[in-house]
Every structure is written in structure tokens, then in C-alpha cells.
Ligand binder design. Sequence first.
Ligand code: ADP
Ligand code: ASP
Ligand code: MG
Length: 414
Amino acid sequence: MSLIVQKYGGTSVGSLELIQRVAARVAAVRERGDDIVVVVSAMGDATDRLLDLARGICPEPAPRELDALLATGEQVSVALLAMALEARGVKARSFTGAQVRIVTSPVHTRARIHRIETDRLRAALREGIVPVVAGFQGVDADGNITTIGRGGSDTTAVALAVALGADECQILTDVDGVYTTDPRMVPEARRLDRLSFEEMLELAGQGSRVLHLRCVEFAAKYNVPLRVASSFATGPGTLICKEERRVEAPVVSGIAFNRDEAQITVTNLPNEPLAIHRLLEPVSAASIEIDMIALTGNREGLTDLSFTVHRDDYPKALRLVRAAAAVFEGSTVSGDERVAKLAVVGVGMRSHAGVATRLFEALAAEGAAVRLVSTSEIKISVLIPEEQLEACVKRLHAAFGLDRPPESVALPIP
Ligand code: ADP
Ligand code: ASP
Ligand code: MG
């Protein structure tokens, strides 16, 4: 008998009929004799609708109250799924994050899970009851309801799998696995059978929405095999696990992209690290994450700084940077929200040169205006104007041979 954690995303529980279908799948696991803990997201676009309600009251709602509101989405779906299970004769009990005691940091809307108390879940499992746990939410040490960032139910599931020592964590969603790129944008995208934690970390970190970044970090750190599969069709999905030795690992395994970034540029700064520090310090003090960053010397012997932040943080970051830049005479601050980032990712890059060359060849053919570049051992990402994103992703997908099975992919350099 094994213990599995299954997580069903918003579209998979988007209607009562779909919730019934999830209940049937969970029941099948119980009939097989396995133990199961289920994590669910809010129904369909419920979280977006709650956000709209909050913004209808004020543009920047108090984060504590926003969390109290957003957490209700998942409370609805756990209760309904527990009812659907009971109606089928499967013993089930819903739990909010606070009821489980998923203890998080006190940073509202982007809290981090610190600790999970497992007694109540284990007690339920011992009684043959299926715990149905609300994803995306927790409680801080003072008892305030917190949420852990959009898409965070994936992370709840992996954290529970770690805490309970589960045998597998399955992320069940509206695609039947992880593809070479978002199949909604590129119909030629192919499902990958396996992917290493490292590759998935880069893909998720670069914006591939299919898995929440923290969930992959947790899974990698604790070596919990993750399976992404369809919530309704049967099929093996994609297994994400430790890298296995492959003779010819594909140079590029996948392409991630996101439209969540915004660029801020400050020109004519003194050419010294302290100036950069003084500009960025207020941004990080506001818990705003800086992603890509570049410094370029300009003709006047001064430095231009360019960096990106999440689009949600953009107005605030721009305000903070404008205030900080005021002390540097002659500096200018500008920003652009219509940018997008794309990244090619693959462990095979470690041992193959020529990836950047091929990337820029394809981007040039598309006439892309590359604004920023950042690289790691297994990834190259570029910031481009948003309107060029789709064409560039499609061009790169073909240029790296991702539309063909790996065996027939030629390596870029002999
Ligand atoms: P859920 O609500 O189940 O959490 P998400 O919408 O968060 O589902 O994630 C699934 C979606 O991720 C898919 O519908 C797909 O459009 C998108 N996606 C982006 N990149 C990829 C990829 N490389 N492979 C598969 N799906 C991807
Ligand atoms: N309901 C939350 C969201 O829409 C969490 C999740 O779906 O994972 O972001
Ligand atoms: Mg998701």
C-alpha cells in the first residue's frame, strides 16, 4: 500500500460535474487500496474573480484582507470535493491550510511554507478518511491566513508529500504532461516523458506556468518524484526526477516564456556599485524581486542600469526607483510594461557549444529586438517586445528541432 498526494488544478475542478469526476478518480485510488491525500485549487477562475472584487473596493487592497479573501476560493472546492466523495461512499474530510496548520512566513500574498503539522492528516488517514486539503494557503505564527503566490497549490501538494513521506506526488491538470513549450501557443509542441529537476526548475523559473517554481524546488530538495499528468485521461504524463545519465541529452529540452515582466531602465548613473546599490535597495526592501539585470557603460563614461520586475510590482518599483534616482543628477528613469521573456532550457547545453549562436540566428530571422540577456549553465533567456513573443517562440521551437522526436535532432555542433 502506498501513499500518494494528488493535486487537481482550477480547470480540473471548474464545475460540479468536474468535481464529481475528480471524486471518481480519487475513489479509484482508494479502491486500489492506496492511501491518498488530495489537494485542490479554487474552481476555475474563482481566484481571479475574488481579486476583481478586491480591486473593485480599492486598487491596492490591504494584503492581509486580500489573503483572507483569496483563501475562500479553495475553501469552496475542498468542501465540495469532500461532499462529492462522501456521496460516493468514500470517507473524506476537508481541511483549510489553517486547519491542517500549514505554517508560513507572515508575508501576505507571497508567504513561504515553513512547517506542516501532520497529526490531523495522519489521524484521518488512519481512520480511512481521505483528507482534502486547500491548496495555496496557510497560516502564519500569529494565526493570520496567508497565501503563497499564484499557482501555489502545486507547492502545497509537494510540501504535503514531503511532510507525509508520500511515495509520489501527482500534479493533475488540463494538459497530459510537460511539453516542449506551451502547447496552447505552439501546436507542434511534444509531451516529454521525463525531465530532470534542474530543467524543470529553469522552465518553471522562466515562467512556464505548468508548475509553480517553489513546488519544483521542494521536490528537488527532498527528491520527491513529481508526475504531471492529465486530470481525466489516463496516460503516463511527465515524470520529473533526478537527472539520469543520457548519452545524448537533447541540447534544448524546452522553451518557457512569460508576459509577467516589466523593464525599468535608469541611465547616466555614476560608474560605481554603490550607486546601483542605492537604486535597488528600496526595491528589495519592498520585497520586490528583481529578475534580469544588466549594466552597460555609455558614451559619457556613465552607466545605464536595466532590470526587470514582475508586472504586478511594476508601478511600485518604478515609483521607488524614481525617488531613489533623484539624487543622481542627469539620470533618467523609464519603464516598459510591454515586454516578454523567453528562455531555452536543456541540460545538454552543458556539453554543447553553439546554442547562443543558433538562438540569435533564429531571433535575427524574426527581426526580434533583444533588450536583455541572461544565462545559466543550462538556460539562455532573452527579454523582447511582447508583440514579438509568439513568433519568436515558434521560430525557436522549430530551430532547435523540438517539433521532432529527440532521436532525429541534429546536434548544433559536430
Ligand atoms: P492548473 O489550473 O491545473 O494548475 P495551470 O493553468 O496552472 O493548470 O497549468 C497548466 C497550463 O500550463 C496548461 O494548460 C498550459 O497551457 C500551460 N503550459 C505552459 N507551459 C507548458 C508546458 N511546457 N507544458 C505543458 N503545459 C504548459
Ligand atoms: N487558486 C490559486 C490561483 O489561482 C492557486 C492555484 O490555483 O494553484 O493562483
Ligand atoms: Mg497551476
